[in-house]
Design a protein around this ligand. Sequence first.
Ligand SMILES: C[S@@+](CC[C@H](N)C(=O)[O-])C[C@H]1O[C@@H](n2cnc3c(N)ncnc32)[C@H](O)[C@@H]1O
Length: 476
Amino acid sequence: MQLENIIYCGDNLIWLKKFPDKCIDLIYLDPPFFSNKQYEVIFNDGEEIRSFEDRWQGGINHYIEWMKERVFELHRILKDTGSFYLHCDSHASHYLKITCDEIFRYSNFKNDIIWKRTHAHNDPRRFGRNTDHILFYTKSKNYIFNPIYIAYDEKYIENFFKNEDSKGRYQSVVLTGPKVSEGESDIEWRGYKPSQSGRSWSVPKRIVNSLVGKENAEKMGISERLDLLYENGYIVISSNGIPRFKQYLNDMEGAVAQEVWDDIPPISSQSNERFGYPTQKPETLMERIIKASSNKDDLILDPFCGCGTTIAVAQKLQRKWIGIDVSPAACKLMKNRVEKNSARGVKIIGLPVNIVDLKELPPFEFQNWCIGALGGTVNFKKVGDMGIDGFTFFNRYPIQVKQSENIGRNVVDNFETALQRVKKDKGFIIALSFGKGAYEEVARIKKEGLFIDLLTVDKLLGFSEEKVSDKMFEFY
Ligand SMILES: C[S@@+](CC[C@H](N)C(=O)[O-])C[C@H]1O[C@@H](n2cnc3c(N)ncnc32)[C@H](O)[C@@H]1O
């Protein structure tokens, strides 16, 4: 089994069962949220509730059972030093937490991270729901964790860093720690002995190191360090004769990140990183998780990888990665995305390669595959879509997909009406095969200046996956 910089296409449960034990350093998963219909999840409107009932018949228990099997495998393949982040929302986070507590053990639960995923909005008759939950677990007590520093908020800076000089804004803080000590720690300096206030010297090492280097700093006594700081403008003597340290804002790494993340904005419609993938997460979110819980060359897995945010960021941060997604279109999209930052080509294992595989795909996936094979985007508007399942990437020509044989004249006629309504003069119908009537109808419509391309799935299979991005430019 290949375990490095690889995309697996298919149900993650099937792939995960093939992974050896304890091979992954960090797992992030962003599964379909209780509702499995992405467009409803995104818009978070009334339909979402209906789709829960439609999709997960048997309700939440069915969903949790589905997730449990996967979390069990993920726990098995995680290294003892590894970490696990499960992204979900308030519909199921509490149920999922119980499942994860059982599998990872309650004592290995670290945080319920709250990510503010959208700006404020009006939810009728309740408080606006604008957060997701990310449940963070480790496999043991011995795990990687690199603290993350974030910018101080403006109010904090205004309240605490009130002073300013040529080196910038600063606050004055004590140079001593609690408890009296003897010897060096209570040496008299500039007329002050810390024990007179019931304390002992505590000189900040980081600034001394930055002034003379760590090795030299280690050879210096406390009064020498204090002299050095004083000469370099880091100490003021207060009106009652107590030396205080000038802590400059510029020298601070920032505030240590807490478990409420309201400083990572959602992807805006103008953003360069936007792929139009409905549930795409921002790269900054993944950066925070990957930096906190892995080091260079560690192996990161996203088993619900979507358009590949996790693996694209892992690649940039010089980690190894594996992405899995059931959608062939998503796998192709992530391959193109990662290849932009990779000297080597990226391999997808498990793509449907023949007509038998394709016929077996569930309808939604069949549709995704066909639209993806054309390099198009799926139409997530399902109500009043007029039979338009997607659009080509650049010209946004409508695409209709039929997972059936011998498509007839009536389908072409209906699609003609749809094209006229959206004011487009070109469109595509994709199907397993077309009848004679469909071709005759296309020829008739052409005389009226409307072009409908009838594409069989066989023909799409001929478009090799490597050519997806070229095709977007050449044809559509
Ligand atoms: C919420 S999206 C992930 C979005 C991703 N975090 C990103 O930034 O693009 C969930 C993904 O899970 C995939 N998925 C759903 N069921 C799956 C399964 N059984 N195995 C693998 N992937 C699955 C869907 O195709 C979808 O792309």
